[in-house]
Write a protein that binds this ligand. Structure first.
Ligand code: AMP
Length: 300
């Protein structure tokens, strides 16, 4: 943890992409104070011995004061939240999940609440305007607390959102998590969330047998710690029908976002080999990161 201060970053501000800008001004305001002429992620400034970001040669630019700005892409149920929050702890950078922002808004008695409930519970996407507004407010609040850098999870989900983001800041890396389709539905249906701490767990035990030359895959459940066990809830949109709809929407609306970042050389494809225990060290390796705490507990 607490490694954030040892990374460095810069953000490029840009002009508003289109006339709908008024709604997006929060995002621009939230990000513009970090503006810098360069967009850099420094791997080797000696500030951070635990983390060797050197993510992709193409993304490595001159060192300037900035923290990482990463995006997690991937189908519903793939585990974006799990890995983004682990990386957030490791790097000391906020994990911002737009789905969480939507659910917080939904749970409030704010003016958007009932409108959002209907959209989310049908597995549809919230409008770009609303989502940008929620994200901008979150970034603005983080900025006021001195936060810097982010790991975005669930945003951008449309090419338009990606364009807007690109217009206001520089994304260093997009991690595209992939999991076999057979596992995605089961993972969503097995998802449990602690209503108190927000921790994400999974009761599904996925055991796909090898077939027709395709290897098998085993993913152990991710059980909650004892203090969360009695407080678990299921998301209202994690029903079979809604998950299938969300998967369809991902194919139609978000798959093009993969291409958007692929064409910019920012996409890191990562096929999850199994559950967290197996995948986490491999993901760290792919990112050229190390987790000392994990190493120590494995050695103990
Ligand atoms: P998630 O937790 O990422 O699965 O998001 C839950 C729901 O929030 C989605 O099914 C959408 O209705 C809404 N949502 C989250 N992020 C976005 C986004 N970037 N654009 C549009 N809708 C979103």
């Amino acid at each position: 943890m607490a490694v954030l201060s040892r990374c460095s970053r810069a953000v490029t501000a840009a002009t508003t992409p289109n006339a709908a800008a008024a709604k997006f001004s929060y995002l621009i305001r939230a990000l513009s104070p970090f503006s810098s002429s360069s967009s850099t992620f420094d791997a080797d400034n000696g500030l951070n011995s635990r983390i060797k970001p050197a993510v992709l040669g193409t993304l490595k630019r001159e060192p300037k004061d900035r923290n990482v700005q990463w995006v997690f892409l991937g189908c519903p149920g793939v585990g974006k939240g799990t890995y983004a929050s682990r990386l957030s702890d490791l790097l000391g950078i906020p994990h911002i999940a737009t789905g969480d922002l939507v659910r917080d808004e939904l749970a409030s008695s704010g003016p958007l609440s009932s409108q959002l409930k209907e959209i989310v519970n049908q597995g549809k996407l919230v409008s770009d305007e609303i989502i940008i507004d929620l994200l901008s407010k979150r970034l603005e609040a983080g900025e006021a607390k001195g936060e810097s850098g982010f790991i975005l999870d669930g945003f951008p989900r449309t090419v338009r959102q990606a364009e807007i983001l690109e217009g206001v800041t520089d994304i260093d890396l997009v991690i595209n998590l992939k999991l076999r389709e057979e596992a995605l539905l089961a993972k969503c249906l097995g998802r449990r969330i602690c209503s108190e701490c927000g921790g994400n767990y999974n009761v599904a035990c996925i055991d796909i047998k090898a077939e027709n030359g395709k290897p098998g895959m085993y993913m152990a459940p991710l059980p909650p710690p004892p203090q969360c066990a009695s407080k678990l809830i299921t998301r209202a949109d994690d029903t079979e029908e809604v998950v299938k709809q969300r998967l369809r929407i991902y194919q139609a609306m978000t798959l093009p976002v993969e291409d958007f970042y692929r064409s910019r050389g920012k996409l890191l494809e990562f096929d999850l080999p199994g559950g967290v225990r197996e995948s986490w060290p491999k993901l760290l390796h792919a990112l050229n990161l190390e987790d000392e705490e994990d190493k120590q507990s494995a050695a103990a």
